[in-house]
Design a protein. Structure first.
Length: 294
């Protein structure tokens, strides 16, 4: 797979993310957030198992060494379970605008961690691109002032997802993207189910309404597309580039809200969209100068 295809896959991830956030804002209503997350993760883990088995790539899973399973378990814990629980709990406690802005700062933490742990050398384009993405997201989201415990939980989730992305990039040097995606969702499901058992919520999973199961099916399909495109794309490009491109999900969500909810779109927000696109463009040209380590 080439870097060009990797860029295309992650661009697809950003588009899926924009649609997913928009739909999840409807789907999560009436759910316990931890139950909703578990159900989606489990469905996607089963689907990825079927894909690996159906494409005769299950041999790759059977040949994994013990250290590979440990690595996948770490990805499931740090990326596929704890941050989801923190993020949704934080959203229940904090203002949505500031929470969304904090969540979109993930690429900043990746830009700090990647040069340290992956030796991805920072370049001027990365610095300028990061600043543009921050400014663009601020103009687009327009977060209100104030910081609470809920915001701290969202910040912790963003940092954990950044750590997971950097670690996943390291693991992808040896493992295929689909296998890493399967490990993340499978182990993530296990850890969240343990949490549900500890909080006496496991029974809720089996007693949902048909409408709730329908929402789980739709959102799980988007999540499946997200992890398949992201981890296979991440294998080919630097993690700083991949997480930078994901920032395009914000304009997609905003435009969907404008189109289907009649949400007002102000001039500053439109300018923020352009600034985000400029930041992504600056970062996306980095692979030619700073190829991903293999």
């Amino acid at each position: 797979m080439s870097q060009k295809l990797g860029l295309g896959l992650v661009l697809g991830t950003a588009l899926i993310s924009g649609f997913s956030i928009f739909l999840n804002s409807y789907a999560v209503k009436g759910f316990d957030s931890s139950v909703f997350t578990f159900a989606k993760n489990l469905v996607v883990a089963v689907a990825l198992f079927a894909i690996l088995f159906g494409t005769m790539r299950w041999q790759e899973v059977k040949q994994l060494k013990v250290r590979h399973w440990r690595q996948l378990a770490v990805i499931g814990l740090v990326g596929g379970s704890i941050p989801f629980l923190l993020f949704f709990k934080g959203l229940q406690m904090a203002s949505g605008q500031m929470g969304s802005f904090i969540h979109k700062s993930l690429f900043v933490f990746v830009a700090i961690l990647a040069p340290i742990f992956l030796k991805e050398k920072p370049a001027a384009k990365l610095v300028w691109g990061t600043l543009l993405l921050l400014a663009g997201n601020y103009l687009l989201i327009r977060p209100a002032a104030g910081f609470s415990v809920g915001h701290l939980l969202i910040l912790a989730a963003a940092i954990l997802w950044a750590i997971e992305n950097v670690y996943a990039k390291y693991v992808l040097r040896e493992l295929p993207g689909t296998v890493v995606a399967f490990g993340r969702m499978a182990f993530g499901s296990v850890f969240i189910f343990i949490f549900l058992l500890m909080t006496d919520k496991a029974d809720i999973v089996w007693n949902m309404s048909p409408a709730q199961y329908g929402w789980i099916g739709v959102t799980s399909l988007l999540l499946l597309g997200y992890v398949l495109t992201f981890y296979n794309g991440l294998r080919e490009i630097p993690v700083t580039v991949a997480t930078g491109i994901l920032a395009l999900g914000s304009p997609v969500t905003t435009l969907l809200a404008w189109a289907f909810q009649g949400a007002p779109l102000q001039a500053l927000q439109l300018f923020g969209v352009l600034v985000i696109v400029g930041g992504v463009a600056a970062i996306a040209w980095m692979p030619r100068r700073h190829p991903a380590a293999t």
